[in-house]
Design a protein around this ligand. Structure first.
Ligand code: DGJ
Length: 717
């Protein structure tokens, strides 16, 4: 891995293990030259730019396109100067290449543990007229075919500058022979994989909700039309941010494609007074010549090991039971203890007390903000309850929804201006709640105080951090009129600051993020909380799609997956306990049901599941994921987990509906060592890794709907 600079030609060549990214300063302008499979350095970096004269900037691939000087595509940034003009012209001023990767102040970001893991190029551009400085930052990683990009704006002029658009990255591809892959959905059907051919014009995915959202995940990939799960070129873009975002692919009249990603400029603005600066979030761009599967595995390794942090990052995650679908708001201490006791008998390791333990919260209309236990439900308090749960041999976890306030709460009665709102206008409620204005320091301080008090007094090992509505009437009582458009991003900075403080102060607590399920499943949250509740939809069959889609970008260790009751509460579907278990064991495993109601027969199955997951969880959580069959393409779904040394693998196969007179079926495995022989489910006979991958493993005819099968492979060493 190196960053090479050819001074004469002003060429920068960024190389990682199997990837090159090249840019060149041409007449002072940073132009994009190449991104793809690794190129040699020596003797290879001459005659790179074949662009005609410089008359029409519209024809050239740009590194960070500006507005107003002849490029008519969407720019990466836009400003308004005090004189009302909107033009800037950025030219190269200097650059520096450093070892390692600097952190982004106040923002989540991929990190390195040693300077040897990466190099960073920072190019400083200047608009001489306004004094605007723009620093483009690129980090390449030794072990990952990935580049992180971000941008810093600084006002070195004497007048104020309004930022109206400030994206994190933009890449100009010289052709448009791509399909766009992205993840979309809604509540209870998050991260469905979509693929469409690019056509002339602009294709946009975005969130305007103040959260990354289940409607579109902050991720987009360009895939060559012939690329599939296993082969072909794919270019991934993932934004390390949890607020409103945009990702665009613009095909112009010359059939070139501009991809850009960053904070959504819709309703965004940032005032830079002289001397002030603004830092964008970072985008992680991944190159794969091994299709979508290769792209996903790069994201998985990078995010699992260099985005997630803390002591839990590399630890096996505890099997939990959560009382939400077991009791909803209707519980008392005895009921909670009885579920925890059943959990202990079954081998479960963590009990999570969900919504309803505080204030007067017997339904979702009240008490958010009043983080004091409800003594009607828990007469001896949280501390005692946690002790009792601990005494049963389980860790204790607790649900919070800190960013919210119920109008019916002591907090709101005391501080009605602490929510996001516009003075004189209606405050639109969703789930009977408003959003606290985390762009204000005193609000974050209140939350830190009230939450950390509980963390200190109660033996808490896990926190589920929920967030159940989107932003409306975005405005902040404290901010001047010219800075109102900063509110949504300042909220994110406030949230990140609060999470940083809490996670640093209480490093032993395992945080799981949640937003009505996967409403904020994004890399930004994973920096603070190494796992996320993937969806409120716990139906095993719906989960096939949701978990498959989520795995496009996010490592399995981050994907919360629980067995719940039947008929399923969201879908009304009845699936077997075995199938529910196999789907949930393909993620970060747990139960979300009343364990006291299991029959003796069910208890036997659950004990087996719990014991099985304890054996396989390091493989599932830390291994490499290979997707074998897509739930979006047929009746069967399959995926497998392979250990890093390829000595062990676990294959799951799911049949949605029974097939009459089904043909013979063989499932071709992936990621094994072709030279090794593997036993399957500890049978005597072995099969070669080459055979299992080329010819496949025989799948017997499966009788019935919603069936799953699991194969455990071990290499004979
Ligand atoms: C939404 C979450 O996704 C659920 O799991 C549960 O915690 C509820 N909120 C509680 O209100």
């Amino acid at each position: 891995m190196t960053i090479t600079y050819l001074e004469q030609e002003q060429i920068f060549h960024l190389q990682s293990k199997e990837m090159s990214y090249i840019l060149q300063i041409n007449n002072g302008y940073p132009l994009h030259v190449y991104w793809g499979k690794k190129l040699r350095n020596e003797g290879n970096l001459n005659n790179l730019l074949h662009y005609p004269d410089f008359a029409s900037i519209d024809r050239f691939p740009q590194e960070y396109p500006q507005y107003g000087t002849g490029d008519f595509r969407n720019p990466a940034y836009q400003v308004r100067l005090e004189d009302g003009s909107r033009i800037t012209e950025l030219v190269y001023q200097s650059h520096k290449i450093t070892e390692g990767k600097p952190q982004l102040p106040g923002l989540p970001a991929v990190y390195v543990e040693s300077e040897k893991e990466s190099q960073t190029l920072e190019i400083e551009l200047v608009d001489n007229y306004s004094g605007l400085i723009v620093r483009l930052s690129y980090t390449v990683f030794e072990d990952h075919n990935a580049i992180s990009r971000s941008v810093q704006f600084e006002n070195r002029g004497s007048q104020s500058i309004s930022l109206e658009r400030a994206l994190s990255a933009s890449v100009d591809f010289i052709d448009s022979d791509y399909e766009m892959v992205y993840l979309s959905g809604g509540w209870a059907r998050e991260t469905h994989v979509k693929r469409r051919t690019l056509e002339t014009g602009l294709t946009t995915i975005e969130s305007r909700r103040g959260a990354s959202s289940p409607q579109f995940n902050p991720f987009m990939a360009l895939s060559r039309p012939n690329a599939d799960e296993d082969q072909g070129e794919v270019f991934g873009f993932s934004l390390v941010y949890s607020g409103s975002f945009v990702a665009e692919a613009e095909v112009d009249y010359l059939n070139s494609t501009r991809v850009s990603i960053g904070i959504n400029p819709f309703d965004f603005g940032w005032l830079l007074e002289p001397g002030e600066s603004f830092q964008t979030p970072e985008a992680i761009m991944v190159y794969s010549s091994e299709g979508l599967g290769g792209m996903s595995r790069t994201y998985h390794r990078l995010y699992r090991t260099r985005l997630c942090r803390g002591i839990h990052r590399d630890q096996e995650r505890p099997i939990l039971v959560n009382n939400w679908e077991a009791t909803y708001f209707d519980f008392n201490a005895e009921k909670i203890e009885s579920i925890a006791k059943s959990g202990a008998e079954l081998g479960i390791e963590l009990f999570v007390l969900d919504d309803g333990w505080f204030g007067k919260r017997n339904d979702d209309t009240t008490s958010l903000g009043d983080w004091v236990e409800d003594v009607n439900k828990l007469p001896e308090g949280l501390t005692k309850l946690a002790e009792r749960v601990n005494a049963l041999g389980l860790l204790f976890g607790l649900w919070f929804e800190p960013e919210m306030v119920s109008p019916d709460s002591d907090l709101y009665r005391k501080h009605p201006d602490w929510c996001i709102h516009v003075e004189g206008r209606r405050r639109t409620e969703a789930r009977t709640q408003l959003i606290l204005d985390l762009s204000r320091q005193e609000v974050c301080d209140y939350l830190y105080e009230s939450i950390s008090k509980i963390f200190v007094n109660v033996s808490i090992s896990y926190v589920k951090w929920d967030m159940n509505r989107n932003m409306t009437e975005i405005g902040s009582a404290m901010r001047s009129s010219v800075r109102q458009k900063e509110t949504a991003h300042r909220y994110m900075l406030g949230l990140y600051g609060l999470l940083e403080k809490l996670t640093q102060q209480f490093p032993h607590i395992l945080f799981e993020s949640c937003a009505s399920g996967g409403g904020r499943f994004d890399p930004g949250m994973l920096y603070y909380m190494p796992q996320t509740w993937t969806s409120d939809n716990t139906d095993a069959i719906e989960r096939l799609k949701i978990q498959y889609g989520t795995s496009m970008v996010y490592p399995v260790s981050t994907i919360g997956a629980h067995v719940s009751d039947v008929p399923n509460h969201q879908m009304g579907r009845i699936t077997s306990l075995v199938t529910r278990g196999d789907v949930a064991m393909s993620g970060n495993f747990g139960y979300e049901m009343d364990l006291t109601k299991f029959s003796e027969e069910e208890k036997v199955i659950v004990k087996q599941q719990v014991a099985q997951y304890k054996k396989i969880r390091s493989l599932v959580q830390q291994g490499d994921l290979y997707r074998l069959k897509s739930p979006f393409e047929g009746n069967n779904t399959s995926w497998m987990f392979v250990s890093e040394d390829k000595s062990e693998a676990l294959v799951y196969y799911f049949q949605v509906l029974a097939e009459p007179n089904a043909p013979l079926k063989k499932l071709k495995l992936k990621g094994l060592n072709p030279k090794l022989d593997y036993t399957i489910d500890e049978e005597e006979e072995t099969s070669g890794g080459d055979r299992l991958m080329q010819s496949g493993v025989h799948i017997p005819s499966l009788h019935g709907d919603f069936i799953s099968k699991c194969y455990h492979l071990k290499a004979k060493m």
